[in-house]
Ligand binder design. Structure first.
Ligand code: ADP
Ligand code: MG
Length: 388
């Protein structure tokens, strides 16, 4: 689960990570009141969307009077922001964060992530902060340091020294760094994060280190441990199809291809997506209906695929072990009562209760294209999407 910058900063504050003072604002009046409430003469009005690159896209506005805050808030609220991370359609701005302006001496990059290569939590730091780190990684990879943290030893003084050297911190900032790194490490582990990114982490003109931007992703599997995080979910930021699917306990991820997939088992679902690509087309989604699936959930899954305008053909790939083929067939029959099949459906239906499943579909007179194996199923689906 991704959360907003202001929510991430709220969590970081609990772990004593220095962040600028700020207030959430849902209206222009709230933004103006927030600026008046925060002391100082400079404010930054920041669009809260689940995407970076807001600064370059005009989503972060520096204001030198309350009147400018009003204008910035008025311009941003309800607007659509297109950044290099939002895709072409952009994201609508529904929330603003009004923050005190901070005088920046230097901008650094610092993140923590679950590093599969070193099988540990790693810090990633760079003195080239503030800009797109992907570009730094391409143009000057030597400016990025990955520092794996030994899980049993925790963050050590040596780790800190290595990162301080890489960042080239001044004396005051270097002195502040170990406590900051320890707080971030604790925040990351105790909040069950999969990513915590400060871009930029800044050094102020008087040598203090402050998290100026914060992106936090929480491991969904750990959400049950954090009752307060669930309230941070912002459904406006999520794909409506994924929200619908999760309400029915389906593991569904929307993608940008045109072949709708219904599969049982995550591994088989991945293989199905791969083979679609291999045959020259692209999946419209990942969908693992799971083992103990009900007719109702299968029905909802088919409805999701049939109502997706992007989907030009549906590929059902069921290798029934725990899941029964007749349940899949019943789910399909249930779905077409309200969502008639308007695109070709290719079925590879083998395993438990295979005959019953096929019989149900034949008896209903459904025009599905049968495939004997996955290879043939993918070929038929790719052809069907082309109108063949
Ligand atoms: P994004 O990464 O989405 O562009 P950031 O939060 O990183 O958004 O903000 C972009 C830039 O705006 C920062 O690199 C920094 O230069 C400036 N900025 C952000 N917040 C503040 C602030 N509170 N005070 C001063 N400058 C800020
Ligand atoms: Mg940033």
């Amino acid at each position: 689960m991704n959360i907003h910058e202001y929510q991430a900063k709220e969590i970081l504050k609990r772990f004593d990570v220095p962040v600028p003072c700020g207030r959430l604002a849902l209206s222009v009046e709230e933004a103006v009141a927030a600026a008046a409430d925060l002391s100082g003469q400079v404010w930054v009005v920041k669009a809260q969307i689940h995407a970076g690159g807001r600064g370059k896209a005009g989503g972060v506005r520096l204001c030198r009077s309350v009147e400018e805050v009003r204008e910035a808030a008025d311009g941003l609220l309800g607007s659509t922001l297109v950044t290099h991370q939002t895709g072409a359609s952009g994201k609508r701005v529904n929330r603003l964060y009004v923050e005190q302006g901070v005088s920046i001496a230097r901008e650094y990059y610092l993140s923590l992530l679950v590093d599969r290569e070193s099988e540990s939590v790693s810090f990633v730091v760079s003195p080239a902060g503030g800009m797109a780190i992907e570009e730094v990684a391409l143009a000057s990879p030597e400016k990025i340091l990955t520092c794996p943290i030994d899980g049993s030893a925790g963050l050590t003084a040596d780790d800190c020294a290595t990162m301080i050297a890489m960042l080239g911190l001044g004396e005051a900032a270097a002195a502040a760094f170990p406590a900051l790194a320890a707080s971030l490490y604790r925040a990351f582990c105790e909040s069950d994060c999969s990513l915590l990114e400060l871009n930029p982490l800044i050094e102020t003109t008087d040598g203090a280190l402050i998290a100026l931007d914060a992106k936090m992703a929480i491991d969904d599997n750990a959400l049950y441990r954090h009752a307060d995080f669930s309230a941070m979910r912002d459904l406006d930021e999520e794909d409506p199809r994924e929200i619908e699917a999760s309400a029915h306990g389906l593991n569904y991820i929307a993608l940008d291809g045109r072949i709708g997939c219904m599969v049982n088992g995550a591994g088989l679902a991945m293989a199905t997506m791969d083979i679609i690509q291999l045959k020259g087309d692209r999946p419209a989604n990942f969908l693992d209906v799971g083992g103990g699936v009900t007719v109702h959930a299968v029905c909802e899954a088919f409805k999701l695929l049939f109502s997706d305008q992007q989907v030009k053909a549906v590929l059902v790939n069921i290798f029934g072990g725990i899941v029964r083929c007749d349940i899949i067939a019943q789910g399909l029959l249930e779905a077409i009562r309200t969502h008639p099949m308007q695109v070709p459906v290719v079925m590879r239906l083998v395993g438990t209760n295979e005959e019953q499943g096929r019989r149900l579909i034949h008896e209903a007179g459904l025009d599905v294209r049968w495939a004997a194996d996955l290879d043939q199923a993918a070929e038929l689906a790719v052809a069907a999407a082309k109108g063949i």
